[in-house]
Design a protein around this ligand. Structure first.
Ligand code: FAD
Length: 575
């Protein structure tokens, strides 16, 4: 018998989006009961905590909402949902002030005592609000304290959502949740449910994002039949650490190192950016630098550990230690001296621009189901600007909280919604009953296939192979067992992760096949130019388990690019 619990609002995920949603719902209506389910530790898990660079918001002239809109569209290759972008840019200033004055975040000040805003690549004004280079920790600590101080918010820590519940009418009815510590399933019923599980391209070999993420939210949405968009758009960052044998491989060294004059060299000692962008060299755009490093390594000119070197030592050890304290400390932890010599780096999978289709009020196509943050698509189009990620999660998280509080008022609880629970539990617990199979071999195979075939440089044949590999791995998982019982069984959790990652990997490769051009973060060797056809987005949806893929024209509701089908130069983006 599966335990059942009830709340008014169920928030799945506790990053910037999830916590802002919970706080807004709680403050909109203090009598609501709000359940927050988080796969990791409350306040510690997910990517919002990892935010370094900062938060984009228009605070003072000459910056303007129109400029933030245009920069974001330009960065996104003009395939963004313009209404979503407008909502982001108009609400971000208020959210920054709310983070300070209501929730207690303290951002850096300038000499006049006003919030300091730093320049970030791809932006026409100094717009990025920050707390040193640890902005995410400040935001997450304060949001967590605030959530803990509200009795109506109950956290379910180290619990993971495994399936969405629906009632007979098809309305959202909550989620089936697995308590990782005990291995028990709980049906959490709710009148409104929010997907805020933060996407996460962890199906790639090298990653910068939080390893607790497995694109669970997108897989759940897919299984529930929701349409997704822009799944082909994966952002790679060029300077992830290369530390052989360490999980820290892929962790970011911030973009400012290149901005300050850092040089990139291949294994032969050549400043290889001269081959790809002689004018801008290391200050070239993020996607271009990532791709250049990838090509150097794949053409045999990498370092011994398959990376390239970043060198800032010529700036002087004292300068580097003063200006890049966090980066120096991070390197020192692994025996590298960033201030005095080169450090090995390489491209790392960073962010998913695509995801669940929502309207600017965070509503999905399923009644009672909402989505916010990196689980959604539309705001960033083909490329995310640095500083727009945490703005997106906190802005839309807050909106979702307000809208859900309104939505549940006077609405009866959906019916039981546990119809399919037995079937889902049986599927998920089956590996505990089996022996054999090579779970981690399959995990490695998926990561390799995605990195090599659906990564920085793609082509039709490679993408077909990646999609087929992901599908086969999904099938093979059905025969793989894991040792041990259900309580705190990390291999079992990895089995569930891999089954979701293989689904989302297939959607990435399939969507990338449908985009026969290069745009933003999506680069195809066999179609290296941007299409001159009218701008479109790629959509994908489960139809009886099969991926139905189609394209839809972009609605240019607020701004038009200069020239039909024009793609902005692939602008540099910060963290
Ligand atoms: C290293 C790094 C640096 C970054 N720097 C910046 C920056 O400077 N500026 C910027 O704008 N953006 C930055 N970003 C991007 C930014 O972090 C994200 O855009 C944003 O924080 C995502 O917020 P979110 O709430 O959607 O997801 P997250 O903050 O990732 O939260 C997801 C939550 O969902 C939980 N979860 C996952 N699966 C499940 C499940 N099955 N059940 C229950 N819970 C689940 C996780 O545990 C976590 O609590 C950076 C990202 C990285 C990786």
């Amino acid at each position: 018998m599966i335990e059942a619990l009830e709340s008014d609002v169920l928030v799945l995920g506790a990053g910037g989006a999830g916590l802002c949603a919970a706080l807004h719902a709680a403050d909109a209506s203090p009598t609501l009961s709000i359940a927050v389910v988080v796969k990791g530790l409350f306040g510690r898990a997910g990517c919002t905590r990892m935010v370094q660079g900062g938060y984009n918001a228009v605070l003072t002239p000459p910056d303007s909402l129109e400029a933030h809109l245009t920069d974001t569209l330009d960065g996104g290759g003009w395939i963004n949902d313009q209404e979503m972008v407008w909502r982001l840019v108009t609400e971000a200033p208020g959210r920054v002030l709310e983070l300070e004055s209501r929730y207690g975040c303290l951002f850096d000040r300038n000499a006049e005592g006003r919030i300091h805003q730093k320049p970030f690549a791809g932006q026409t004004h100094d717009r990025t609000v920050h707390k040193g280079d640890l902005t995410g920790i400040e935001i997450m600590n304060r949001l967590t304290e605030q959530a803990q101080a509200r009795p109506s918010i109950r956290a379910f820590e180290e619990c993971r959502a495994v399936e969405l519940l629906r009632d007979e009418a098809g309305r959202a009815a909550g989620a089936l949740v697995l308590d990782v510590r005990t291995g028990r399933f709980v049906a959490l019923r709710a009148r409104a449910t929010l997907l805020a599980m933060g996407g996460g391209p962890t199906m790639y070999r090298v990653i910068a994002c939080s390893a607790d993420k497995a694109a669970d939210g997108i897989a759940l949405a897919w299984r529930a039949g929701l349409p997704l968009r822009d799944m082909e758009m994966i952002q790679f960052h060029p300077t992830g650490l290369v530390i052989p044998g360490s999980l820290m491989t892929g962790a970011l060294l911030e973009e400012g190192l290149r901005g300050a004059g850092g040089q990139l060299r291949n294994g032969l000692g050549e400043r290889f950016m001269a081959r790809y962008d002689a004018a801008r060299m290391e200050r070239s755009t993020r996607d271009l630098v990532s791709r250049a490093s990838f090509l150097e390594v794949s053409q045999g000119r990498g370092t011994p550990n398959g990376g390239v070197w970043i060198d800032v030592s010529h700036l002087g050890a004292e300068v580097v230690e003063r200006n890049f304290r966090g980066m120096v400390r991070r390197c020192r932890d692994f025996g590298r001296d960033l201030a005095r010599g080169p450090v090995e780096v390489g491209p790392t999978a960073h962010f998913m621009m695509g995801g669940v289709i929502v309207d600017p009020d965070c509503r999905t196509a399923i009644e009672g189901l909402f989505a916010a943050g990196e689980d959604t698509g539309g705001v960033h189009g083909a490329n995310r600007l640095g500083g727009n990620g945490v703005a997106e999660s906190t802005v839309f998280g807050g909106i979702a909280g307000d809208v859900m509080a309104d939505f549940v008022a006077g609405r009866t609880a959906p019916h039981d919604g546990r119809g399919r629970v037995a079937e889902v539990v049986e599927r998920l617990t089956a590996p505990l009953e089996r022996r054999g199979g090579d779970l981690y071999g399959l995990q490695r195979e998926l990561r390799e296939a995605m990195w090599e075939r659906a990564g920085l440089v793609r082509d039709g044949e490679g993408l077909r192979t990646a999609a087929a590999t992901a599908e086969r791995i999904g099938d093979e998982l059905g025969r793989v067992g894991v040792r041990g019982g259900p309580a705190f069984n990390l291999a079992w959790q990895d089995w569930i992760n891999l089954s979701n990652q293989s689904i989302v990997a297939r959607l990435i490769a399939t969507s990338a096949l449908a985009r026969a051009e290069s745009r933003g973060a999506h680069y195809r060797n066999d179609h290296p130019a941007a299409s001159t056809a009218p701008l479109y987005t790629v959509r994908v949806q489960s139809r009886a388990g099969e991926a139905a893929v189609w394209t839809e024209p972009v609605a240019l509701t607020r701004a038009t690019p200069a020239g039909a089908g024009r793609v902005s130069s692939m602008v540099e983006v910060g963290d």
